[in-house]
Design a protein around this ligand. Structure first.
Ligand code: ADP
Ligand code: UDP
Length: 237
């Protein structure tokens, strides 16, 4: 099925598919990186959890009418997706202050926002994914003003859909990052992954961090936490 390795990123490998140039295989790795690749480690089992959690989230979103690149899981660590040309924007949606916004703007962690914030970052590792405004986004990507607005609205819709999804398994959705791409028809669709690597999730009862911050902040066993998330999702399926 897999033809050749197209790209190896920090968290996934991307393979072409024999005989089908409109699909790709995403292979989730066990590697964890933080602070733009400065902190690194390998966690046995992490690739499997992120693959299965991401698949569960994309499946739910599709049931809710939010299309994505996800087609099917192939095995524990791999999924088949629709090939897109990734728009070099990382879209972050925030419900509660945590992470970079607390450092950048001095907002205390745990401060809720009256309505969700949408931020754009320029997807460029060499530049450290800088925060950009709408004018920069239009300059640095091929999206039109209307498409940028569409991306914002889609990101807010994903937030609206994911909040009750996580509440049902006792998790509060603090913030998350999305990537979008264009498929062969030029349509913009949700791509990449949605997992505890790309979301902040806090246990509703204990307030415990149950996402990549466990690694970023050295709070405990990352894989154990990801396993709890998958188990909770499977229990409500
Ligand atoms: P990074 O490049 O940030 O290190 P990953 O290790 O997750 O990230 O690598 C996966 C790469 O695949 C990312 O660059 C991501 O933008 C890209 N990607 C995700 N979904 C698709 C898709 N459907 N089509 C093409 N590329 C994709
Ligand atoms: N995020 C991500 N990839 C990135 C940057 C951020 O998935 O390259 C996610 C991160 O996990 C969090 C949200 O986006 O859920 C907001 O991250 P933030 O800007 O607070 O950055 P960080 O604290 O990671 O520096």
């Amino acid at each position: 099925m897999k033809a050749e390795l197209l790209y190896e990123g920090k968290a996934k490998k991307v393979f072409t598919v024999e005989g089908n140039d409109q699909t790709l295989v995403l292979s989730y790795k066990n590697d964890a990186t933080a602070f733009n690749g400065v902190k690194k480690d390998v966690f046995e089992g992490k690739g499997r959890y992120n693959n299965l959690i991401s698949a569960a989230i994309f499946t739910y979103l599709s049931q809710q009418g939010v299309a994505s690149h996800f087609k099917q899981t192939l095995n524990d660590t791999e999924q088949l997706v629709e090939k897109t040309t990734i728009i070099p924007l990382e879209v972050v949606v925030r419900n509660i202050a945590a992470g970079s916004i607390t450092r950048r703007l001095g907002i205390k962690e745990k401060t809720p926002f009256p309505s969700p914030l949408v931020e754009f970052y320029y997807k460029d590792d060499l530049l450290g994914d800088p925060l950009i405004n709408d004018a920069h986004a239009l300059l640095l990507s091929d999206v039109t003003k209307e498409e940028l607005e569409q991306i914002k609205q889609l990101s807010l819709l994903v937030n609206k859909k994911l909040q009750p999804f996580f509440t049902e398994v006792g998790l509060q959705l603090i913030d998350f990052k999305l990537e979008f791409g264009r498929n062969y028809t030029g349509e913009i669709i949700l791509s990449d992954e949605i997992s505890p690597d790309t979301c902040r999730l806090w246990d509703i009862v204990t307030g415990e961090k149950m996402d990549k911050d466990v690694f970023r902040e050295g709070l405990g066993d990352l894989v154990e936490v990801y396993e709890v998330i998958l188990k909770r999702l499977e229990a409500v399926k």
